[in-house]
Design a protein around this ligand. Structure first.
Ligand SMILES: [Zn+2]
Length: 229
């Protein structure tokens, strides 16, 4: 799971099934796959889960490829990339449409040369028009500073709560959380304590700093792993 794939699936469960680069050829019902993999595959546990736009952009094209795969290309000008969502079960956008973070792109599927339900994510640089490794790009990706105060819900399995707005600050322990946070964590975590907010915890953010860091009553959390509620 990467920062980008987490945004695309809005925190829904998925896992990396095939990395970018050279790979062994696999025979599928529709023929052999290519020896070089121009993207990253994410399995979604056989579920046709929704895929979303990650930030402001435009749908460059969408439709059905020659191999039968339903696809969408989304251009993201701020980061200078375009994303290919491939093997979709359904397409929910139109060519030329503007998108923003959270716009529904389509549902994950196995159209075209696919043995199971997954997203093939391709990322191309707009200047070079060459494919690059989505996982490498994801590790460098910084979202736009779009967060503001409000109420957020945690989408990560466990989200660290820190003493300050950055990963260089210490992680806080369960014992130092507010009574409200403790109560929510226990309720969502089969009665057990956890040194972090578990998935589903709802927290008030009264200050945003350092791009993605939100100040909650128990400490600072990275809002890339939360959704606004
Ligand atoms: Zn693939």
């Amino acid at each position: 799971m990467s920062k980008i794939s987490n945004l695309i699936f809005n925190g829904e469960k998925h896992y990396l099934t095939s990395s970018y680069g050279k790979r062994a050829q696999i025979s599928t019902a529709a023929g052999k796959t290519s020896a070089f993999h121009y993207g990253t595959d994410y399995g979604t546990y056989a579920k046709k889960i929704m895929q979303y736009a990650i930030e402001d952009g435009t749908v460059l094209s969408c439709g059905v490829a020659a191999d039968g795969a339903k696809y969408v290309w989304v251009v993201y000008p701020r980061i200078g990339k375009k994303f290919l969502h491939y093997h979709l079960d359904s397409v929910l956008v139109k060519t030329g449409q503007s998108v923003k973070k959270g716009t529904k792109i389509g549902k994950t599927g196995k159209t075209g040369k696919a043995t199971g339900i997954h997203l093939h994510l391709g990322i191309k640089d707009l200047k070079t028009d060459k494919y690059e490794d989505p996982e490498v790009f994801s590790s460098k990706y910084t979202p736009p500073n779009e967060y503001s105060s409000g109420v957020y819900k945690v989408t990560a399995d466990v989200l660290n709560v820190r003493r300050g707005a950055g990963t260089n600050y210490a992680v806080k322990k369960f014992s130092s959380f507010t009574a409200n946070a403790k109560q929510q964590i226990k309720r969502l975590n089969s009665g057990k304590a956890c040194n972090g907010y578990v998935k589903g915890v709802v927290c008030a953010v009264n200050k945003v700093s350092n791009s993605c860091w939100g100040k909650t009553p128990s400490g600072w959390v990275c809002l890339d792993y939360c959704v606004r509620v």
